[in-house]
Design a binder for this molecule. Structure first.
Ligand SMILES: [Zn+2]
Length: 407
């Protein structure tokens, strides 16, 4: 139960109280949105379904740690995982011990269970990044056949561009091939492009050095031709690709999703601050580009600033909400300091297990109701304005920026 559900401070917005105003704002807001399906504008596919999970399997998606020692020794002591177990235990009707949750879920048909949790999460539409599996993920075909929730997808830029290296002779060829790949993907139904430049280089976008890009490409292509793993990294190539993709997104009218902030330790968090993306917001060639900053935490204030001053910049908080404990809800409150409610999009960044979708959805709605409820209680918003703001965040903003029909 959100802390503010026990608040008794009356609304200062006036003395006329309807029955819905006599209960705490946070509770009444949650009820208002109860039947509203959310657009999860950034999430990932589930793993191939299995009835039996180990404790490590269940812990893994509730941390950004990739070191098994952390997951074995510490993740079970994180606030994120303690709360997740409580939410899952309520759903399963068992006690919130890890063994009980694992035992209870093992007795249910995995496809029924996954769809039940997705339905409970009130996700009306999943916009999926299939490029990150984090294990044995379902293919797009398997996913849409197994999971009943409607689905759209984005292209994962760097992963897709790695597949083009072997067949290109130069950086210019490769960039042309990447542009063409993006056009084909959007023709084929992709609604956006996701970049993980934060993992492979940095978000400090300068002017890439062409001679260094050429040298890096020669090395990468030699690996590709020799059949070795191709991992695109370094600023010269990653930023060359990102700038070209941003132009292409602008031309195609699809969103560019940029991973910012919180991620696994494969990224250097110090280099993942969205303020470094300024070129994308001020240069004329990107004038029509819509950018959505993903995750953002702990740079959510920076993202909120960018969203408040540049017309085509949007943000989410996604995995911060279910990974950062109560700090996730505080981040949402802080983001709403500068970020207009028309610029914040609901997302979970859930992956692997249906459990994550449910936990993330419960916590997101609580955090949103808590943040907007506080604003009602302190007379910054009327209750009606808060209800509408929540609708924007949960669904309306994503539909508007992606030009989607109702899910
Ligand atoms: Zn993601």
């Amino acid at each position: 139960m959100p802390r503010s559900q026990s608040r008794t401070r009356p609304s200062s917005s006036g003395s006329t109280h309807t029955s819905s105003e006599s209960i705490p704002a946070v509770t009444s807001l949650l009820r208002e949105w109860e039947d509203l399906p959310a657009v999860d504008h950034h999430c990932h596919p589930l793993l191939r379904l299995t009835p039996k999970l180990t404790s490590i399997d269940l812990r893994r998606p509730f941390t950004e740690a990739i070191d098994d020692n952390v997951i074995r020794e510490h993740t079970q002591h994180s606030m994120a995982y303690r709360r997740a177990l409580r939410i899952l235990a309520t759903e399963l009707g068992c006690d919130p011990a890890e063994e009980s949750v694992l035992r209870s879920r093992a007795g249910i048909d995995p496809a029924d269970y996954a769809n039940r949790l997705l339905k409970k999460s009130r996700t009306g539409l999943m916009i999926l990044d299939h490029g990150y599996s984090g294990g044995e993920a379902m293919s797009p075909e398997e996913h849409s056949a197994t999971i009943e929730t409607p689905q759209l997808h984005v292209v994962r830029l760097e992963t897709a561009a790695e597949g083009l290296v072997a067949s290109c002779n130069s950086v210019a060829d490769w960039v042309d091939a990447a542009r063409s790949m993006l056009r084909d993907a959007v023709d084929g139904g992709a609604v956006g492009v996701k970049t993980i430049a934060a993992y492979r280089a940095s978000l400090q976008l300068g002017e890439p050095d062409p001679s260094r890009a050429a040298a890096d490409f020669t090395t990468l292509r030699a690996r590709a031709v020799a059949g070795q793993t191709v991992r695109l990294e370094g600023e010269p190539l990653c930023h060359t690709l990102l700038l070209a993709a941003a132009e292409e997104c602008s031309r195609l009218g699809v969103l560019l999703q940029v991973h910012c902030g919180l991620g696994d330790p494969d990224e250097d968090l110090a280099l993942a601050n969205p303020l470094g993306l300024r070129r994308l917001f001020v240069e004329q060639r990107f004038a029509n580009l819509k950018v959505i900053l993903l995750h953002c935490y702990p740079f959510h204030r920076e993202a909120a600033y960018l969203s408040s001053v540049f017309p085509n910049v949007y943000m989410d908080l996604s995995l911060a909400i279910h990974l950062a404990g109560q700090d996730g809800a505080r981040a949402l409150q802080e983001a709403l300091g500068l970020c207009p409610t028309s610029k914040l999009l609901y997302a979970t960044d859930a992956s692997r297990l249906a459990e994550v979708y449910l936990v993330a959805a419960v916590l997101y709605r609580e955090a949103l109701a808590d943040a907007l409820g506080r604003l009602v209680d302190s007379d910054w918003l009327t209750r009606a304005e808060a209800v509408e703001a929540g609708r924007q965040v949960l669904s309306g903003n994503a539909k508007r920026v992606h030009q989607l029909a109702a899910p």
